[in-house]
Design a protein around this ligand. Sequence first.
Ligand SMILES: *Cc1c(COP(=O)(O)O)cnc(C)c1O
Length: 221
Amino acid sequence: MIEENVKKLLGEIDKNPFGEKVTLVAAVKTQTVDDINKAIAAGIRDIGDNHVQEFKDKYDGITGNPNRHFIGHLQTNKVKYLIGKTYLYQSVDRFELAEEISKRSERAGVTSDCLIQINIGNEETKGGFEYDDGVAAYEKIFAMPALKVKGLMAMLPFTDDEDVLRPLAKKMRELFERLREKDSDIEFLSMGMSGDWKLCVECGSNMVRLGTSIFGARHYN
Ligand SMILES: *Cc1c(COP(=O)(O)O)cnc(C)c1O
């Protein structure tokens, strides 16, 4: 089932309307190492974790050397477990976290790549910088010595109403382009989950994070 899902998705996920390749990141929270490895064997090259403990527990069992993304809320005191092991910190949602990643990366002699998370729906339940603070957040994080900003990440509100979603997704693309004009390192707009990825890609996302559409329901105990 996982293999079929991955192959189907990889077949469906085409370039976005801007001609950019769209990267499929498997959101692996609560999934078993076996299932994650099945997805990798079927063609997944990027996986994203939400919880540091899960990331650590599963780290050595994952085969195929995928790119490891961190996509969940990250406590500052847990950054140390991820340094040097994370391809892309997607959920940089506050300066304190950016400073900690930069400080720890510098100490370890590495540069870490990150995305700035924007709370595009202005929702209390979600982290991220306010949309209107996006450029200022970029400028401050850009200046941090061991952190490279590679783009933006956002989660749209949970609704099926395309009239709500589409303008928000388009605003994210606008901010992404504004930053990319300043900085050629800006490459990724990570936006789109199982329920809304098609709309997000249509609006210019070039990275989607899919969990349930690959693995089925999550295994919460
Ligand atoms: C769980 C999760 C996803 C994937 O969600 P699905 O709806 O299962 O595709 C994407 N992004 C983040 C940040 C997540 O936590």
